[in-house]
Write a protein that binds this ligand. Sequence first.
Ligand SMILES: [Zn+2]
Length: 143
Amino acid sequence: MTLEEFRTQLRRHKLKATRQRLAVHEVMMELGHASADQVQETLRQRGAAVTVASVYNILAQLADQRIYGRRLSATNKMFFDINNSLHIHLYDRENHTYRDLMDDELQNLVNAHLKRRKFKGYTVEDIDIQLIARPTTRKTKTQ
Ligand SMILES: [Zn+2]
C-alpha cells in the first residue's frame, strides 16, 4: 500500500492524515510486519519523538478499520501487517518474524476443501493460514 493509497484509505475511514499516521505508515512500508516497539524504534532512530503507546494506538486503530492486518506472535506480541488482503504467513519461531507467502495453489486447495465442509453452528468467515518454521541455516560465529 503506497502512501497515496494509504491516504485514500484514511479518507475512506474518516481518519485525518496526521503527520504521525503518515510517519507510522512509511515505516510499515519498509517493515511489512512489525510490532509497535519496532515501529517506534525506527521512528526514534530517525529523530521522531513518539511514544510506543502512541504508535500502538495508531496501529491498533488502523487494524480496527481493517486498513492493516494484525497477528499475535508466539511470544504474545501484537504484530501489525501492512498487507490486509488474504495471504499465507510463514512465521519464524526463532526470530519471531513473518513473511508473506504467495501460494495460490495452497490457498485454493484449502478453500476448495472447506467449501465442502460444514461446521455445525458456525459459519466460516475467514481463513488464516500460518506455517510455523525455523531457519535452516545457522549463523556462523565470526572470530
Ligand atoms: Zn502478512
